[in-house]
Design a protein around this ligand. Structure first.
Ligand SMILES: [Ca+2]
Ligand SMILES: [Ca+2]
Length: 362
C-alpha cells in the first residue's frame, strides 16, 4: 500500500505545507520527499475517464449566490512569499464570484443531474502501478488525521494517509458522511472535478488574479491578512484555520476542528466569505514560482502556459488559494494575504475545495 500511497498523495502536500518557518528553505526541507514520493510518471488512467465533454453548460445568466466584483486595478503579490513577487499592478475586468465555497449540497445537485463520478471515486488501473498488488488499487483519496505525536514537521506522511473509500461523500473515509454537512464546503475535489462542476453551473474557475483581487476587496494594501494586520478582531477569529500545536493538538479556538459551514465567519468588504481558510480553492492558472516575474500581460492575466514546481518537476500543478482549516503559523502560512498555494491536479484531499466565477454578459 505504501507505493500507491506515496504516488497518489505525494504531490499535493508539499504545497499545503509550505510557507512555514520550518519550510522557509523549502528546497532543503522537501527535496528528499519529492524524490522519494513524487515520481512523475504517467498520470493514472482513472484520471482520463472524466466526462466533461458530456456535461451541458449551465445558465450563464443566473447569478444567484454570486457577488458582482467591479472592474479595477490592484497591487498583486506579497513580500512575505518568494513566489508571490514581484509586487505588480494588475488590471481586471468586472466579473461575478460565488459568495462562498461550493457546498456539499451544491455539488450533490451537480452529481444528481449529471451522474458525474469524481477522480477519487475512479478505479485505478494496475498498469499505472507496476509492482503494486492489484488488490490494493482501490479508489480513495488523502485524509488528514492528527497523530498522537510527530517527529518534526518535515514528513507530512505523519498526518496524511491515503484512505480507501474516501471521496466527496465520505471526506474522512467510508465511516464518514456528509448527511449533516449540506452547507459545508465540498472537499476531496480534484481540479477536473471542480472544472466540471463549474461548466455545469454555467461558470468557470477563477484565475488567481481574480481570486486575489476579490480577496483584497479594493481596500487591502500590504496588510498581513486579507482582513487587516490583526489576527483577531474583538477577540474573535476571522477565519477557520488551525489553533494549537500542529498537527497533534487542535484547540479549536475558532470553533471548528475541520471544515466549517460556509459563511460561519465574517465576509470581506465585497461580501465574499471564507476567502481565507476553511478549504483551499482551486484556481485555473498553472502554477510556477516565477509567474509574476515572467508575466508580460497584466490585464486579466490567465497564468503561464504550463506548470513547473522545482520541488516536483514534472507534476502538473494548478494554483490554489486561501489556505484551509489546517493552516497555522507553525506550518502553513499560506492563508495570508497575497500568498500562493499549489496542488497536483489529481490529488484530492479533505481540505481542498473551490468556488466559481462568471464573466459579465456571457
Ligand atoms: Ca479551525
Ligand atoms: Ca477558502
Amino acid at each position: 500500500m505504501k507505493a500507491i500511497t506515496y504516488f497518489l498523495i505525494g504531490f499535493h502536500f508539499l504545497c499545503v505545507s509550505c510557507g512555514s518557518p520550518e519550510a522557509k528553505n523549502q528546497t532543503t526541507v522537501f527535496s528528499s520527499d519529492a524524490v522519494a514520493m513524487c515520481h512523475t510518471g504517467p498520470i493514472p488512467s482513472r484520471f482520463a475517464a472524466l466526462r466533461q465533454d458530456a456535461i451541458v453548460a449551465g445558465d450563464a445568466q443566473d447569478h444567484t449566490g454570486m457577488v458582482l466584483i467591479p472592474a479595477g486595478k490592484f497591487r498583486m503579490g506579497s513580500l512575505n512569499f518568494e513566489d508571490a513577487q514581484p509586487l505588480h499592478d494588475v488590471e481586471l475586468h468586472a466579473f461575478y464570484m460565488d459568495e462562498h465555497e461550493v457546498t456539499n449540497a451544491q455539488f450533490a445537485a451537480f452529481v444528481k443531474a449529471t451522474g458525474y463520478v469524481t477522480v477519487a471515486e475512479q478505479p485505478l488501473d494496475p498498469k499505472d502501478f507496476p509492482g503494486v498488488d492489484p488488490n490494493m488499487l482501490v479508489p480513495g483519496s488523502a485524509v488528514f488525521a492528527a497523530p498522537d505525536q510527530v517527529q518534526g514537521l518535515t514528513d507530512h506522511m505523519q498526518w496524511w494517509s491515503y484512505v480507501a473509500g474516501a471521496n466527496w461523500q465520505h471526506p474522512e473515509g467510508p465511516a464518514s458522511n456528509i448527511q449533516r454537512r449540506a452547507s459545508f464546503p465540498v472537499t476531496q475535489i480534484a481540479y477536473a472535478d471542480a472544472a466540471a462542476y463549474a461548466k455545469w453551473a454555467g461558470k468557470r474557475l477563477p484565475t488567481e488574479a481574480e481570486w486575489e483581487y476579490a480577496a483584497k476587496a479594493g481596500s487591502h494594501t500590504d496588510e498581513t491578512y486579507y482582513w487587516g494586520n490583526e489576527k483577531k478582531e474583538d477577540g474573535k477569529w476571522l477565519a477557520n484555520i488551525f489553533q494549537g500545536e500542529f498537527p497533534i493538538k487542535n484547540t479549536k479556538e475558532d470553533g471548528f476542528v475541520g471544515t466549517a459551514p460556509v459563511k460561519s465567519f465574517p465576509a470581506n468588504a465585497w461580501g465574499l466569505y471564507d476567502m481565507e481558510g476553511n478549504v483551499w480553492e482551486w484556481c485555473s492558472d498553472f502554477y510556477r514560482p516565477d509567474t509574476y516575474a515572467k508575466e508580460s500581460d497584466r490585464h486579466n492575466p490567465t497564468g503561464p502556459a504550463d506548470s513547473y514546481d522545482p520541488q516536483e518537476p514534472g507534476a502538473v500543478k494548478r494554483v490554489q488559494r486561501g489556505g484551509s482549516f489546517l493552516c497555522n503559523d507553525q506550518y502553513c502560512e499560506r492563508y495570508k494575504a497575497g500568498s500562493r498555494g499549489k496542488g497536483e491536479v489529481n490529488s484530492p484531499t479533505n481540505n481542498v475545495g473551490f468556488r466559481c466565477v462568471k464573466d459579465i454578459g456571457k
